[in-house]
Design a protein around this ligand. Sequence first.
Ligand code: ADP
Ligand code: MG
Length: 477
Amino acid sequence: MNTAISSQDQERWQRVKERLRAEVGEDIFSSWFARMELEGAASDTVRFSVPTKFLKSWILSHYAERVLACWQAEDPIICKIDLSVRSAVIRQVATPSANTEPACQNRSVGDVHDMRGATVPALAAHEALGGSPLDPRLNFDSFVVGRSNTLAHAAARQVAIARRGDPVMFNPLYIHAGVGLGKTHLLQAITWAGNTLSDRKVLYLTAERFIYIFVSALRTHNALALKDSLRGIDVLVIDDLQFLQGKQTHAEFSHTLNSLIDAGRQVVIAADHPPTEIESLDERVRSRLAGGLVVEMGSLGEELRLEILNARVNAARHHHPGFDVPAPVLTYIAKSVTHNGRDLEGALNRLLACSKLTGQPITMDLAEREMRDLIRPGDHKRVRIEDIQRIVARHYNVSRGDLLSARRTANVVRPRQIAMYLAKTMTLRSLPEIGRRFGGRDHTTVLHAVRKIEHLVGNDQSLADEIDSLKRQLQQE
Ligand code: ADP
Ligand code: MG
């Protein structure tokens, strides 16, 4: 880091980062600010740098005021911020002792690499082409492998460690899963690992970013240059393919996909559905995608959730040594916050904020209070009982009338119980109200159904998965 910065400013910067982290949450913080560095503060201006243009424009348009406010809280004289894009080469000369600097502990592999800089910076290709920002925490070390993601993980690893010229085993690799189940995590892990451990150049783009880059290239008549540079990529990673929009972008995507695959380059894609269910794709792309390896990642089981939580707490302790979450609280969160990995992270962020801001120890009471709305994701989405009945009926191939009827045959009883269970867990309706909406049943019948399904879910993984998938459908409606 710049030696011209006073130690007072360095200390300020540490505190400002803490403030920012507390305000925006760990997730946003590490996506946007982890690689921002202080360059100096003089008269009324504080100067920072970031490694890419994209980060610069994003931070300026979304967080400039917040950064300024956080700095002003430490030093009210400052009234302007200045953000520049640092060049890896200049930093390298200016920072001979960079790796003895304490802030380096938290650096990502890629960063350490370009600070030491003996070779071409690991992520140079990714950054030169305006790759989407990478979150340094989303790497293979922090990815927990369990029943639902073993295959996806193994395939991703394989792609990440392959070297240039190795035979391509499956192309494209297509990973699909619902929200928050680890797609982005795995794709970014491939990007980090590929760029640092292997000799390949890996470019990670969200579909939105792909559109953006492509459209700006068209606008500046640079589409050919763009194609040329994409040709220099060994692995193209595209996240959230379902967001690809526009006829022209689809055509361009199709073209890029074909030429990369034909040239023996690896393509990795993630989306929320299998290729056959993404309507906007053109037929050629669909069949090309289906010709590679298509892997689904299922919902996170309770055991996996607990492991992820444990790993997260350990990681958070690096920044917040006093952060202590008793084991029973973690078990409770793993049991009750079932929806996805993002909610798990949200749950921990909340506990972390409580513990930092109030200094209270984390107890079961506090956790229960804080988790309330995460446990009922239905509160946010306002899932309706009619939707539950419709989706459950469709899934089990019975009619909605059957669910409300008095029929007691097994093929109707179980779906009815599941629908009542979902109504109880995904909406705020009371038991009597749910009973009324299910053909005027008594609240004890509803309670019985809820208990029954809870019990079954605890013992029957395939039912648990089925219910998770119903929940997902309801959430995505
Ligand atoms: P997606 O892209 O599928 O919506 P993400 O990759 O963004 O999901 O995951 C959401 C959150 O859950 C992230 O914080 C991620 O690190 C975490 N997560 C998901 N799966 C795992 C896993 N297997 N191991 C560790 N963390 C995970
Ligand atoms: Mg994602």
